[in-house]
Design a protein around this ligand. Structure first.
Ligand SMILES: [Zn+2]
Ligand SMILES: [Zn+2]
Length: 230
């Protein structure tokens, strides 16, 4: 960091002191207690198909569901303080959380034994409307830090094809709306793609991305997310 960067950082620290994204304690972006309290998914017990916690033996969601992606892993379940970290990061209040969130994702990928597997990391792109509203593409920034840690290239292979506000839609409506959610914007799709998103809810969005990548030449697609909504 240059001198100007240091001065700006010091000034910012006076105007808006760093607070824990989990509990507002001043001092660091994620305090010791909140880091300890992260609702980490126990990978040995998680559903190998969708990453749901405690789903290895019976994941009811996967009983009646087959995804295009082969496997999914979630770093945490969508509970506090992770849910709060994601919200603060996404709404732009604390963009410096990108490497903090990226570190949790990197750890989950490593713990799954996937660190050497991907040919590329592909972020789920935000819709143009969401990027305009937030002023940044939140997942791409997280993926950049994961890519640097793992030494795997990040590839912006997908573009959102527009409206994709799924709030309020039922499961059936969601899958129709997501089927055409993405466009491919890279020339060559690498063989082993790890798709990355913030939250896995129904899996429809991730599935649409996986289907498109597989139809465009990927041999296998896996999924890693910050949090599984369960
Ligand atoms: Zn805290
Ligand atoms: Zn499952």
């Amino acid at each position: 960091m240059g001198l100007l960067g240091e001065i700006l950082d010091a000034a910012l620290e006076i105007v808006a002191p760093t607070r824990c994204a989990g509990c507002d304690l001043p001092g660091e972006l994620l305090c010791e207690r909140c880091r300890r309290d992260l609702p980490l998914v126990e990978l040995q017990g998680a559903c190998p198909s969708c990453g749901a916690p405690f789903g290895r033996i019976v994941c009811t969601e996967c009983w009646e569901r087959r995804y295009g992606f082969a496997q999914a892993v979630a770093a945490c379940s969508l509970e506090r303080p992770m849910s709060r970290l994601i919200t603060l990061y996404k709404d732009g209040a604390e963009r410096r959380l990108a490497p903090v969130l990226g570190a949790e994702l990197t750890k989950a990928i490593r713990d799954s034994g996937w660190a050497d597997w991907p040919s590329a990391l592909v972020p789920i792109p935000a819709t143009p409307a969401a990027i305009r509203r937030r002023g940044f593409d939140h997942i791409s920034s997280v993926v950049a830090t994961v890519a640097a840690s793992l030494g795997v290239p990040a590839l912006g292979a997908l573009e959102s094809s527009g409206a994709r506000d799924l709030r309020g839609l039922g499961r059936e409506e969601r899958s129709v709306a997501t089927a055409s959610a993405f466009r491919l914007i890279c020339a060559d799709v690498p063989p082993r793609v790890l798709v990355i998103d913030d939250v896995f809810t129904t899996g429809s969005t991730l599935n649409a991305a996986a289907d498109l990548l597989l139809a465009s030449g990927a041999g296998e697609v896996r999924v890693a997310v910050l949090a599984r909504s369960w």
